[in-house]
Design a protein around this ligand. Structure first.
Ligand SMILES: NC(=O)c1ccc[n+]([C@@H]2O[C@H](COP(=O)([O-])OP(=O)(O)OC[C@H]3O[C@@H](n4cnc5c(N)ncnc54)[C@H](OP(=O)(O)O)[C@@H]3O)[C@@H](O)[C@H]2O)c1
Length: 296
């Protein structure tokens, strides 16, 4: 058994993926804008992730824009049959690197075609609708007009499965009436736990929950409890933060982001860490500490 298989597996649409995956956002330039600072290093991270057994990569054409998808294609095409690439649509980048909604039917359609072209795929495995009523966190509002467009693209055979990102439970319920929802991608980590109840509800329905900013995103998690537990277990704080997520619920799929081979190796080694009950309990108390301001 390769070490990351020890993280277990969960269904993502009609595929089963390992619970330790990889998020590609950090491969773009500063502010997730423009090319990477080291093109070769970015390719090396992607290749090592897959060589280590990662079969779930999260990306978007608005990372760069177009940068991470093109890196994925350059590093990994032709793709192995078991690789699931998940993208998201619903946003675009301004010239000043801002994150703007892109909800018009033609923008959503173009976004799916851009992802297909840049990744060199005929069909996307999973496309998340990234809801942008408030770019920084879930906010109520009907997703029917946008999700209906994505559902049509699915009916046309361009998209196998649909997920939702930055959404409320009400929007998920609305979404389920329009299309089968296979995953939800919201901000969640040891310190930012607004979705605790939602995760358990989704687990009961067999829907994957994919936390973004699992390590705190642009402001990595910092907590003395986290550091203490890590020291006791002979692990790094970031590994413990990931191990906590793996134990938190069986439907959590991890996509930690890194541009560093060393961090990638650390993150994938998390599969071998089993948090004892007392450590889980201590870490459960961290919520509310070190909450960072959300980004995309
Ligand atoms: N749906 C959405 O709206 C949304 C929003 C944000 C992100 N995402 C997705 O979620 C993925 C994960 O989020 P994220 O990458 O923003 O944040 P993250 O995984 O919480 O953290 C990434 C940050 O942690 C650092 N890091 C990674 N591994 C580390 C380690 N072992 N030790 C120390 N530092 C480490 C990275 O720097 P180095 O590069 O130096 O390692 C980077 O600064 C993204 O890649 C993206 O695919 C989705």
């Amino acid at each position: 058994m390769s070490s990351i298989e020890q993280s277990g597996t969960f269904a993502l649409g009609d595929r089963t993926v390992k619970r330790l995956g990889y998020g590609a956002m950090q491969l773009a330039g500063p502010g997730v804008f423009g090319p990477p600072k080291d093109h070769g290093a970015a390719l090396a991270v992607l290749r090592e992730a897959v060589a280590s057994g990662v079969d779930h990569i999260d990306t978007s054409d608005f990372y760069g824009p177009h940068v991470t998808n093109r890196l994925i294609r350059e590093a990994l095409h032709p793709y192995s049959d078991d690789l699931v690439i998940v993208t998201k649509i619903g946003a675009r980048r301004g010239d000043d690197a801002s994150w703007l909604p892109a909800y018009a039917p033609e923008e959503l359609t173009q976004a799916v075609h851009d992802n297909l072209r840049n990744l060199e795929r005929d069909v996307m495995d999973v496309v998340n609708l990234r809801v942008m009523f408030d770019p920084h966190g879930p906010a109520e509002g009907s997703i029917e007009p946008t999700l209906t467009v994505l559902a049509k693209l699915q009916q046309q055979g361009l998209v196998r499965h649909i997920g939702l990102s930055n959404v409320t439970p009400t929007q998920i319920a609305e979404g389920k009436r329009i299309a089968k929802i296979v995953c939800v991608q919201n901000q969640y980590n040891l310190a930012h736990r607004n979705d605790d109840a939602l995760i358990d509800d989704l687990a009961r329905d067999g829907i994957a929950y994919v936390p973004f900013f699992p390590l705190g995103g642009f402001s990595p998690l910092q907590s003395s409890t986290l550091s203490d537990v890590a020291k006791r277990l002979g692990a790094t704080p970031m590994q413990v933060a990931l191990a906590w997520l793996l134990r938190r619920a069986p439907n959590i799929l991890l996509i930690p982001g890194t541009s560093s081979l060393g961090h990638l190796r650390d993150n994938l080694a998390t599969a071998e860490i089993v948090l004892p009950d007392d450590a889980m309990k201590e870490l459960d108390g961290v919520a509310g500490v070190g909450v960072e301001s959300p980004q995309h």
